[in-house]
Write a protein that binds this ligand. Sequence first.
Ligand code: ATP
Ligand code: MG
Length: 295
Amino acid sequence: MTYTDTPIIELTHLTKRYGDHQVLTDLSLTVQPGIHALLGPNGAGKTTLIDILTTLRPHDSGTARVLDLDLRTAGADVRRRISVTGQFATVDEVLTGTENLTMMGRLIGLSHRAARRRADELLDRFDLTAAAGRRASAYSGGMRRRLDLAVSLIWPPEVLFLDEPTTGLDAQSRLGLWQQIRELAESGTNVFLTTQYLAEADALADEVSVLHHGRIVARGSAAELKERVGGAVLTLFDDGVVVEEIPTDGSAHDIARLTAAIAADRPNLVVELRRPTLDDAFLQLTGHTTRQEAA
Ligand SMILES: Nc1ncnc2c1ncn2[C@@H]1O[C@H](COP(=O)(O)OP(=O)(O)OP(=O)(O)O)[C@@H](O)[C@H]1O
Ligand SMILES: [Mg+2]
């Protein structure tokens, strides 16, 4: 597998509605090879888009191409070349890790021996060898997520879709999964992932697009998105508690003007300057914080 020069995904004027609920609106997006993160809060339309891109749902209008194939006319070809790990675990809880993987291998047509060999490779790669003989119902959340990922890699895909791969995992499991995703990308698999975590997009993705109410409201590298917010954020503390965060363009002029106004008005506040985060970018781009949106 190698990265190609053509985009892995090309969407133009894509729309999708459920009844009279418009979920994706005039969505145009070109995704280059590498890791792409689609960042959006609850209900933004992430899973809907993943379902469309993986041929699980049809779109209403517009065009969608994956690996230069039209989803409407070449869905079966697309399915052969991609894989997906959905938002919710799909492993069979009654089966062991080995059995889950071997069964999937048999389903895609591997011989029993080949399926077993592939299962062992994947169990090793995802640090599940010690738990291989245990039922998936006895796995922790992080182990299940890794088994899910392993299942979707039985046959190496050219594009792997991951819908919120680390939601609900503790910090350590999340870091472990990030490393696995990076290694996959380094070995040549293109990854299109969705996330609600700004830090996840920042840590993993070559490019980020921000989905908000079914529209792409921003795209670029995490660094570019942060830059749009300006050079620095002025944080005001009162007795150690944050009372306000003010975006600035980072210039001495802007910061001096603001701090002079603060000094005249509330001279006891403590001022700190920090680099903008993707959270700041989200607020700037959509007028909402991700937390307000989720609430
Ligand atoms: N099958 C469906 N029928 C009707 N409405 C739906 C259906 N699936 C999703 N929706 C609605 O479409 C919108 C987008 O849902 P979607 O699941 O794509 O969002 P999401 O970004 O994946 O959210 P989350 O972060 O919670 O997983 C939501 O308002 C949701 O309620
Ligand atoms: Mg979802």
